[in-house]
Design a protein around this ligand. Structure first.
Ligand code: AMP
Length: 312
């Protein structure tokens, strides 16, 4: 059976240092984080590549979430490896090293594994690969979403601009949106990106939440103020996984569903940052997720305000 949501991206081994500790060769990658978060909401398949050094534990974790991993190829090279660091500015990842390894020769086979996904998420990966995937599709999914990062904006901007023309929804960090458009103001940056192709723009603002721009409106979803934040790695992918998982489950992309989906994304991201790697997201219960979504309601709901004219 074809999963409803197919995610193409990296499955990685991450070395991460934050002010609160560090992990070495942690299970990560854009598709990995995205798939785990989305798996609480819909059926998910992953298309990615791993190398000879990839531990079985990673595939076992995907299996424990009933994620279809038939699309994960095993290469004779080493696994994609990312080394990153966060200072007390937890909103900005500092990339220390990116070893593309098996990603260099990766030729993803989406249709072969998953002929008709309802939603295709081109998670953060080389934009040339993202473009090739769209070329290979025989039928267009109802929703095509894309994520990217500064690394690709700097090294492959032309390829990125060309793939952007073909997607419906883009998730991007605020600094990357500025880098992509040359616009400092985020409202203008979002408008400029909409001109480039995607009609829904999800601007991720780290601990300040996310802004979702859509036809005729914008919605602000906060980040949950948490007492313990350990590692922001994967927060963006978890956000996207939650958002797209929710939209796919309901098959509707109206402003109402986009707003709900943004809260779901924020909830999944809040679990992600609470611990290193996927420790915060890999084994949640429905009760924990519902409670967190309720907390978002408490955080954002306010009583009606009467702005009646002051009597002089
Ligand atoms: P984020 O959700 O933005 O924090 O993404 C974190 C994940 O992105 C990490 O698990 C990394 O393995 C992965 N990553 C880092 N650099 C790249 C890159 N250039 N392309 C694709 N994935 C990457």
């Amino acid at each position: 059976m074809t999963p409803k949501l197919v995610i193409v991206g990296t499955v990685a081994l991450d070395d991460v240092t934050t002010p609160f500790g560090s992990v070495s060769r942690a299970l990560g990658g854009s598709a990995f984080y995205g798939a785990i978060a989305a798996s609480y909401w819909t059926s998910v398949g992953v298309v990615a590549v791993v190398g000879t050094d990839y531990p079985e534990e990673g595939l076992a974790l995907l299996a424990s979430r009933k994620i279809d991993a038939r699309g994960i190829e095993r290469s004779s090279e080493k696994t994609f490896a990312w080394t990153g660091e966060y200072t007390y500015d937890l909103n900005t990842a500092i990339t220390r090293e990116t070893r593309l390894n098996c990603l260099l020769s990766f030729d993803p086979k989406v249709v072969e594994h998953y002929p008709r996904p309802e939603t295709l998420f081109l998670a953060n990966i080389d934009p040339e690969i993202q473009g090739r995937i769209l070329d290979s599709l025989s039928a267009r999914p109802a929703l095509v979403a894309l994520d990217t990062m500064n690394y690709w904006i700097e090294s492959k901007k032309e390829a990125l601009l060309s793939v952007l023309r073909r997607v419906d929804l883009l998730t991007i960090n605020e600094s990357e949106a500025r880098m992509l458009t040359g616009e400092f103001n985020l409202v203008r940056a979002a408008a400029a990106i909409r001109e480039m192709g995607p009609k829904v723009i999800v601007l991720k603002k780290g601990e300040h939440g996310a802004l979702v721009f859509f036809e005729g409106g914008v919605f602000a979803s906060p980040a949950m103020p948490l007492e313990v934040v350990k590692d922001p790695t994967g927060a963006g992918d978890s956000f996207a996984g939650g958002l797209l998982g929710y939209l796919t489950r309901h098959g509707r992309i109206t402003p109402e569903f986009l707003k709900q989906a943004a809260i779901v994304g924020s909830a999944m991201a809040s679990f992600c940052v609470s611990d290193f790697g996927t420790a915060g997201t890999k084994s949640l219960t429905t009760e924990q997720i519902s409670r967190r979504i309720g907390e978002f309601g408490d955080l954002t709901g306010f009583p009606r305000i009467d702005a009646g004219e002051r009597r002089l």
